[in-house]
Design a protein around this ligand. Structure first.
Ligand code: MOS
Length: 754
């Protein structure tokens, strides 16, 4: 904390309480206008034609018939100069291609099923869909590869120039693993696999674009309008001041809505061509192909441990499946840094395949790495005859070993000990498993999420003439309760009731800059700026009161939204101050201070799971879960619990059902719909989910003491379930998801072996 005069909150009146969303009514009543709800006068509807092949060259496109279709107002292909002028680049951070153009807007070289080929704007959505179907395309299909192991073999069809290895291996190296394995009493090795998962936010991806003169306004469903704004500005070669992006409500993203989509630029070009607003939202089926996924991974992990539980070495060889264009997902951080281990070597490659590209997905790489590491820890514990909780406690680190700096706080110990106590771990672990067909077991897994430095953020607090408050922040609220938490920070500082605070957010035209709501950094990054803005307002109000009451500043006290002097004998409310004379409005602008550079901020979690498995049918039920979370201070207990429940549920999806299935003979995804691609629904929610916040008030990490929550809440859930499955059945399922089919196969294999 740079400003040493600002004290961390002690007792709080609002912060930390379970407070319903400030926009809850709007959200549940349908009054909230999400981008997908935007309807503008004179608006057209867009649709995109996508390549049906995993790999093809476009020889010819005939749009003659399409132009004659009813309602069609514009057709856009690679033949149009405005489309040709758009270059598509790698996402920031993607290896090896940051400044290299990857494709044209409509690239004649299609590298995955779902790549954009052409687009249409028409008077109705149905007419637009009909029109794209009428486009005649002559494809020359090419050899393809859709599995990462095949893609890495010599002679595999190259997805990008230079072959299918995305970049040089990514490594973490410390100590000497050979020495570590030599010192170990037990060395285990296993190859773990995770499947490709698809983001399935409630609101599908899409935009509405409208031009007014040379200024473009886009309603887009995204996690951070400022990043989308720069993506559009870059693609269309426009100044930022001429591009406004609005994302005040948005229906979920999970990492897939951090970057500008081609659909947004296409909508803007179609709107320009027709001089009418254009709405272009993808169908659910399209989103399965082209707006990102969590990459599948193969993780060969070798670990050494001493009899007393000391980890001596960890070695990972990893391969991930990136899709057709560069992206960046590492499983190594989780493996290389969760536990104290002097000898570590991770080596990871990613492979191009002819399929949709990865985007970040809720803790990118962490649940995969955790799936491997935490099942390995479970196996090591069994081999040395130690309780899995004890083994983890034995290896806790208070230092970030990757950067050799201490953590600002570590609640992992409490996550383990408190979690075990509240879950009833010891009793549950020793309970009889049952003699079938239903058997029962419990498992545990810990996890962490990497968090580097606090992002830049600015917040504006305006106190109006009547004492009510307008708060303006740039951050998108992904449905997690961001606006509510920020309003609570203002209410805490100024004593203004929540129903007198209005929050304006995520509109590049009206709100100040914030980075993307990703990396679990929204509360961590923006709430300190909001607090600092409120503190600035408070200081101004105190100065004004000193002037009005003719009392020295030092004798004034700010309490419950009023300023008191002489033990309360003199009192002014905020409204008294702002209305008096001609002041009308008091404005405070807050910025976030950088984090300390000599320490590392990191959230931790430990999850406990209990499962029931039917050894006759292969059915598995997650009976209950407990999630102990160290995410620093709890800002809002209600939205905190919601985040944790969502994280646990995504872990259930990862561990038990979610999987993109590619048909290797056609190169197409065969389950690209919510019918065939399983995500957890109400019936799959564990019977009981307990959220246990370890609430350490990490006052070193920011002005609020809160660390990230959204992503760490999902990291260890899957591995905890896998470990519970092992405890119940004695079968180690190295490959996620653990489906009924896989369970039956493994049970049959065991039976065959006798
Ligand atoms: Mo997230 S995967 O940082 O939106």
């Amino acid at each position: 904390m740079a400003d040493a005069t600002v004290k961390p909150w002690g007792e709080t009146k609002i912060v930390g309480k379970p407070i319903p969303r400030v926009d809850g009514y709007e959200r549940v009543s349908g009054a909230a206008v999400f981008p997908v709800d935007v309807i503008l006068p004179n608006m057209l509807y867009g649709a995109i034609l996508r390549c049906p092949h995993p790999h093809a060259m476009i020889k010819k496109i005939d749009v003659g018939k399409t132009r004659q279709m009813p309602g069609v107002r514009a057709v856009l292909t690679d033949a149009d100069p405005e489309a040709r002028a758009v270059g598509w680049y790698a996402a920031p951070g993607a290896p090896g291609a940051a400044s290299r153009m990857l494709s044209r807007l409509f690239d004649p070289h299609c590298r995955y099923e779902g790549e954009e080929v052409a687009a249409v704007a028409a008077e109705s959505q149905q007419q637009a869909w009909d029109a794209v179907r009428a486009i005649q395309v002559e494809y020359q299909t090419q050899p393809f590869v859709t599995g990462m192991e095949e893609a890495m073999k010599p002679g595999a069809p190259p997805v990008q120039d230079g072959g299918n290895q995305v970049s040089a291996p990514r490594e973490i190296k410390r100590g000497d693993v050979a020495k570590g394995f030599a010192e170990a009493d037990v060395v285990l090795e296993e190859t773990y696999r995770s499947s490709c998962e698809i983001h399935a936010p409630l609101e599908v991806h899409g935009s509405v674009a409208r031009w007014e003169g040379d200024r473009l306004t886009v309603w887009d469903t995204n996690q951070g309008p400022f990043g989308i704004q720069s993506g559009i500005a870059r693609a269309l070669n426009m100044p930022l001041s001429k591009v406004r992006v609005i994302s005040s409500y948005m229906g979920g993203g999970f990492g897939s809505k951090q970057e500008a989509g081609k659909y947004t630029v296409i909508a803007a070009l179609l709107a320009q061509k027709t001089a009418r607003p254009v709405k272009l939202f993808l169908t659910r089926e399209e989103t399965f192909l082209c707006v990102g996924n969590r990459p599948a991974h193969i993780m060969k992990l070798k670990a050494g441990v001493k009899k007393d539980g000391t980890l001596t070495a960890l070695q990972l060889t990893g391969l991930g499946e990136v899709g057709a264009y560069p992206a960046n997902t590492s499983v190594g951080y989780q493996i290389g840094d969760l536990y104290k281990c002097p000898n570590v070597h991770t080596e990871e490659l990613m492979a191009y395949v002819h399929a949709g590209r990865n985007r970040p997905m809720r803790a990118p790489g962490y649940p995969q790495g955790n799936w491997a590491l935490e099942q390995m820890m479970d196996a090591l514990a069994e081999k040395i005859g130690m309780d899995p909780v004890e083994l983890r406690l034995k290896n806790i680190s208070t230092v970030c070993q990757l950067e050799n700096k201490p953590y600002t706080s570590t609640g992992l110990r409490e996550c383990l000990t408190e979690g075990a106590r509240v879950f009833g771990w010891k009793e549950a672990r020793s309970r009889p498993k049952g003699d079938g067909p239903w058997v029962r077991g419990v498992g545990v897994a810990s996890g962490m999420f990497g968090e580097q430095f606090g992002p830049p953020a600015t917040a504006i607090v305006c106190v109006n003439a009547d004492g009510s408050v307008d708060l303006s922040i740039g951050a998108a609220d992904l449905g997690t309760g961001t606006k509510t938490v920020m309003a609570m920070v203002v209410a805490e500082e100024l004593g203004v009731p929540l129903d007198r605070i209005h929050v304006e957010n995520a509109d590049t035209g009206t709100t100040p800059y914030s980075r993307v709501s990703g990396g679990s950094k929204t509360v961590f990054g923006d709430a300190p700026a909001v607090r600092s803005a409120a503190l600035e307002v408070k200081a101004r109000l105190l100065e004004m009161a000193a002037e009005d009451l003719k009392v020295p500043l030092s004798e004034l006290v700010f309490k419950d939204g009023a300023i008191l002097a002489q033990g309360g004998a003199k009192k002014l409310t905020i409204a008294d101050l702002t209305q008096s004379r001609t002041r009308q409005m008091v404005v405070g602008v807050g910025r976030r201070d950088p984090d300390p550079t000599d320490k590392i901020v990191r959230p931790f979690a430990t999850h406990f799971a209990e499962v029931e498995v039917n050894t006759r049918t292969g059915e598995m039920r997650v009976v209950r879960m407990l999630a102990a979370q160290d995410s620093g201070r709890v800002m809002n207990l209600l939205t905190y619990r919601n985040q944790v429940l969502g994280g646990v549920l995504m872990g259930v999806g990862f561990a038990t059902m979610e999987r993109r299935i590619m048909d290797s003979s056609t190169g197409k995804m065969v389950n690209a719909s919510l019918h065939d691609y399983k995500i957890p629904t109400a019936k799959d929610v564990p019977g009981e989910v307990t959220c246990l916040p370890i609430d350490p008030h990490d006052t070193e990490c920011s002005l609020t003491g809160a660390k990230g929550l959204g992503e760490p809440a999902t990291v260890p859930a899957g591995a905890a379930i896998a470990n519970a499955f092992y405890h119940a059945t004695g079968i180690r399922v190295a490959a996620a998801p653990i489906t009924a089919a896989q369970i039956l196969t493994l049970l049959a294999e065991r039976k065959a072996k006798g």
